[in-house]
Design a protein around this ligand. Sequence first.
Ligand SMILES: [Zn+2]
Length: 103
Amino acid sequence: MVSIYCRSVHGSSTQLCDKCSALLTYAHQRLERCPFGEEKPTCASCPIHCYKPEMRMKIKETMRTAGPSMFFLHPIDTLKHFYKERQRNRHFAVKTKPSQKTE
Ligand SMILES: [Zn+2]
């Protein structure tokens, strides 16, 4: 995702520019510390805003820009990814739903 963004917006060829590689490193660090680990939903639906606001904006921007081109370049992978995300989100929603039993 970041590499697609970097290529189309920053015009980099093989390597990420400094800004983008810093963003990617940051994202990985956050992910490692995320208490949800593998169960983590997409960041948009994550109840814990673990990104600094500034970084979150950059990530959002990256997703928005790279999303469509990713779908265009790798339609199958993207579909699989979204399908997995959806399942994971559903699983996550069930698990975190506060119990509302009144009995
Ligand atoms: Zn870049």
